[in-house]
Structure formats: C-alpha cells, structure tokens
Design a binder for this molecule. Structure first.
Ligand SMILES: Nc1ncnc2c1ncn2[C@@H]1O[C@H](COP(=O)(O)OP(=O)(O)OP(=O)(O)O)[C@@H](O)[C@H]1O
Length: 226
C-alpha cells in the first residue's frame, strides 16, 4: 500500500464569477521513503497540491489517503495530529516567530502534539537539529539577528522536530547560496535514507530535482512523470 495516495484531486478557486482550476484531476501514489521532486512554472499549482496533501487546503473534489486513511474523514484532533506530527512542512517563506529564539521556534511544534514530550528532551533535540543545519552558534539568536538564509535553515530544522513521516517542502532552498543549498540537499538525503522519511519537494532547481528518486512536472494543474 502506498503511504500517500492522491486520488483525482481537483481544486478550483472562485473569485466572484471567475473560477480558476489550480489543480486539475491529479492522481499520484507515493511510497514510504521515496524522494520525489515536483517542478513546474510559477502558477502551475505546485503549492496548492502540497497544501492539499498536507491537509491545509481542502480539495474541491478528490481524496488524499495517508496510510490508507482518507484525511478528509479525520476528526479535527486527528487532522491536527496529521498536520503537526505526521507531516513536516517547509514553506516557501521561512515564517519564524520573531519574538522567539531559534531554539524556541523549534520547540513550538511540540505544543501541538496530543502527547507532549518532556521539555528537556525537546530542547535537546532542537539544539541537535540546529547544529545539524550548521547553525550551532545561533541557537539562542532571534530571527532578526539571523540572515535570510540562516532563518531558512532554522525553518528547515523545525520541520523535523516532531519526527515526521513525510516532509512537504516548497522551494526549501530558494533563497540559499549555492554552497548552502548543496549542504541542505545532503542533509535532506541523509534524513531520507537514515530515517526513511518521505520527501515531496517543489523546486525550480533542475540540478536538485535530478538528485531525487522520481521527478514530476506540473503544467496548468496537471501532473506528469518525467
Ligand atoms: N487562495 C487562493 N485564492 C485564489 N487563487 C489562488 C489561491 N492560491 C493560489 N491561487 C492561484 O492558483 C494558481 C496556482 O497557484 P500555486 O501557488 O499553487 O502555484 P505554484 O505552482 O506553486 O506557483 P509558484 O511557483 O509561483 O509558487 C495560481 O494561478 C494562483 O494565482
């Protein structure tokens, strides 16, 4: 059984009399531990598809099955656990809370677990992940004291805090320099292999896409294998 099944998913955005089909009858099966990349022009529906898979956006029609269960049928508690624990998000923009330090930003997702972990172990894990993305000297820095690329790396680390089964990454290395981008890709690949975490990554970078197990292209809401 596939870990994630996208079944005939369509998303139509309606603005007054205008209707825009952002995702057009997409079907896709992703196995546990796969590293998948999605490329496509701006506006082709990549972000919309990721947020539907992640349970943030409700599709107009179609279903998302996670380990065989339809996420649209989850209770609100189950859906919140799915979004906050089963799935780790890397959004297009770093989105750190400015009043919290890097470490505190990483500790935040624990608050949304049904079974919260002890603060001490969460703190240790946050520090370890920040070191893993190469920012061991910035653990107690506030976002305003970090460069854009450093904030991005903290947001990357945050996605792994709840030991997700799946990472949904939307242009995760978009604003990083080439060297750091390569380092982050190595980090993703090692988390994918060591922890068997599934990756679905939207990228504009063909070199990065070429390093993944499977490549897909979105064109006007439809998806094609490359
Ligand atoms: N909340 C919304 N309301 C109305 N239209 C939307 C909304 N979100 C996205 N769209 C439209 O849906 C289409 C697909 O957008 P989406 O963000 O999924 O594309 P994308 O491929 O991720 O683009 P990019 O690479 O620029 O991030 C676009 O035409 C966009 O304007």
């Amino acid at each position: 059984m596939a870990q994630i099944e996208v079944k005939n998913v369509t998303k139509v955005y309606s603005l007054g009399n205008e209707h825009l089909k952002a995702v057009d009858n997409v079907s896709l099966a992703v196995d546990k531990g796969e590293f998948l990349s999605i490329v496509g022009h701006s506006g082709s529906g990549k972000t919309t598809l990721l947020s539907i898979i992640g349970g943030i956006t409700t599709p107009t029609s179609g279903n998302i099955l996670f380990n065989g269960k339809d996420i649209n049928k989850f209770s609100s508690n189950e859906l919140s656990e799915y979004r906050c624990v089963s799935v780790g998000f890397m959004f297009q923009f770093a989105s750190l809370l400015p009043v919290l330090t890097a470490k505190e930003n990483l500790m935040l997702p624990n608050l949304f677990r049904n079974k919260k972990l002890p603060t001490e172990s969460v703190e240790k894990k946050a520090e370890e992940l920040i070191r893993m993305v190469g920012l061991g000297d910035k653990i107690n820095a506030y976002p305003s004291q970090l460069s854009g690329g450093q904030q991005r790396r903290i947001a990357i680390a945050r996605a792994f805090m709840n030991d997700p089964e799946v990472i949904l990454a939307d242009e995760p290395t978009g604003d990083l320099d080439e060297e750091t981008e390569i380092e982050m890709m190595q980090f993703f690949k090692s988390m994918n292999k060591k922890n068997n975490i599934t990756f679905i990554m939207v990228t504009h970078n063909n070199d990065l896409a070429m390093q993944t197990d499977r490549r897909l292209r979105m064109v006007s809401g439809s998806i094609h294998e490359l």
